[in-house]
Design a protein around this ligand. Structure first.
Ligand SMILES: Cc1cc2nc3c(=O)[nH]c(=O)nc-3n(C[C@H](O)[C@H](O)[C@H](O)COP(=O)(O)OP(=O)(O)OC[C@H]3O[C@@H](n4cnc5c(N)ncnc54)[C@H](O)[C@@H]3O)c2cc1C
Length: 406
């Protein structure tokens, strides 16, 4: 008798982890296929380092996920849950994968469409290729040239600080719609701003970019900001796969899932990581697109898939945040502690210790996949739990707080 097959689509942090966990826990009861166009795990957490010429260790996906997972190279173009089929492209040809369940973990992209001129004139950290192109462009800039990084979420902040460390001879501006650091506690915001200023970064708050023009940013306020190079970190975008497949999506285009991470329209389709619209926390806080939540969601989606194979009821995804870890180059950082619902606490960790902490967090992601392969079911994460509210005085609630992924 053939084993039920789960196709995990997308071999990033969430998908690779889901694949090894499901294959390891189900053993001979289920077959797992990982469909991913790339040979190596994309380390998105390190793309800003790649862009500044640093060596980033690579991990071969097939080795990382091991023999229990069948690795298929290809990019999914549509999912048909009725037929149990995933259509994918490889080397320009269309092929099909038959399966009983599909776990969608295709991550997110960078929104380069909403603002005119971005797609044509700005660089981004959309993937390793884009990061390497940005690196080349940065190296070609003469001393004194001005770089504008647009967007002050994780990506923008970490990118501008990394560029400042690699090219202190450039003039750098960080442009944000809101106030830079407003997602952090009062202390966290002050620390972040002081540290960026020390790196020579000009902080441009409350300015929306209306267009990226040749050599300048046209701002919605009417002013212009000269820029020899623009790095666009202005928000993550939903990948088109769920929408193109006619699966229910939320307002952002992310796969709409229930609390067990099953598609709200199709119980045999699951979602994890950035690609899934995980239901908000009980207090209304929204899941941020992070590896911190992405890997646990991958593990939980694997457990939900396993429950279906065993004919059991799935459990709701119970996850709580612990931190917002920001590196500011290789020697500095700001770690904002948060409560389980992602509200900043008063305390922060800064300086070299923060840089070491962030490095350890980043470094631990690929080995967590290897550990999960060796000891399936070992990944644990904090529960949303009933905890005392955070004491971050001037930051009232998550809905009042801009997202770090803005
Ligand atoms: C510069 C930068 C710094 C960041 N720093 C942090 C941080 O410090 N902490 C944190 O928690 N988060 C951070 N993030 C966010 C974090 O990287 C993402 O939230 C995380 O990568 C999401 O994991 P994922 O597996 O859902 O998606 P991804 O890691 O993006 O993986 C998605 C995978 O799906 C594949 N794929 C895409 N489309 C298809 C398709 N159609 N068919 C098959 N495969 C497909 C891709 O090739 C990729 O391998 C950062 C992001 C960036 C860009």
């Amino acid at each position: 008798m053939s084993r039920p097959r789960t196709a995990v689509v997308g071999g990033g942090y969430a998908g690779a982890l889901a694949a090894v966990r499901l294959a390891g826990r189900a053993r001979e009861r289920a077959a797992v296929t990982l469909l991913e166009p790339r040979v190596e795990l994309v380390q998105r957490l390190r793309l800003h380092q790649l862009a500044t010429g640093q060596r980033v260790r690579s991990y071969d996906l097939a080795r990382l996920t091991g023999g229990r997972v069948e690795n298929v190279r290809g990019r999914a173009v549509s999912i048909d849950p009725e037929r149990g089929a995933v259509a994918f492209q490889r080397d320009g040809k269309l092929a099909e994968l038959r399966c009983d369940q599909v776990l969608v973990a295709v991550g997110s992209g960078i929104d380069t469409e909403s603002v005119p001129g971005v797609a044509e004139r700005a660089h981004s950290l959309a993937g390793p290729g884009a990061a390497l192109r940005l690196g080349e462009a940065l190296r070609a800039l003469p001393a004194g040239a001005r770089v504008a990084v647009c967007g002050a979420g994780f990506t923008g902040i970490e990118a501008v600080a990394e560029i400042a460390g690699a090219r202190p001879d450039l003039r750098l501006a960080l442009v944000a719609r809101g106030r830079i650091g407003a997602a952090l506690s009062v202390v966290g915001e002050a620390e972040l701003r002081a540290r960026l200023a020390r790196l020579g970064v000009e902080l441009v708050d409350g300015e929306r970019v209306a267009e990226v023009e040749p050599g300048a940013l046209a701002l919605a306020s009417g002013s212009r900001l000269a820029a020899d190079l623009v790095v666009w970190c202005g928000g993550f975008a939903a990948p088109p796969l769920a929408r193109d497949s006619g699966l229910p999506v939320d307002g952002r285009g992310l796969l709409a899932v229930d609390r067990s991470l099953r598609s709200v329209g199709h119980a045999d389709v699951l979602g994890a990581g950035d690609a899934a619209a995980i239901p908000d926390f009980a207090n209304g806080a929204r899941f941020r697109m992070t590896c911190q939540a992405g890997m646990p969601s991958g593990a939980h989606a694997a457990d939900t898939a396993l429950a279906a194979i065993r004919g059991e009821s799935p459990r709701p995804f119970d996850f709580g945040y612990i931190h917002m870890p920001l590196s500011l180059g290789r020697r500095d950082g700001v770690i904002q502690w948060v409560d389980r619902a992602d509200r900043p606490r008063e305390r922060v960790l800064t300086g070299r210790l923060a840089a070491v902490y962030k490095e350890l967090v980043t470094r631990s992601a690929p080995p967590s996949i290897a550990w999960e392969r060796r000891l399936p079911g070992m990944l644990r994460w904090p529960s949303a739990g009933a905890r005392a509210p955070a004491r971050a005085a001037a930051r009232s609630g998550p809905s009042a707080r801009p997202s770090l992924m803005d």
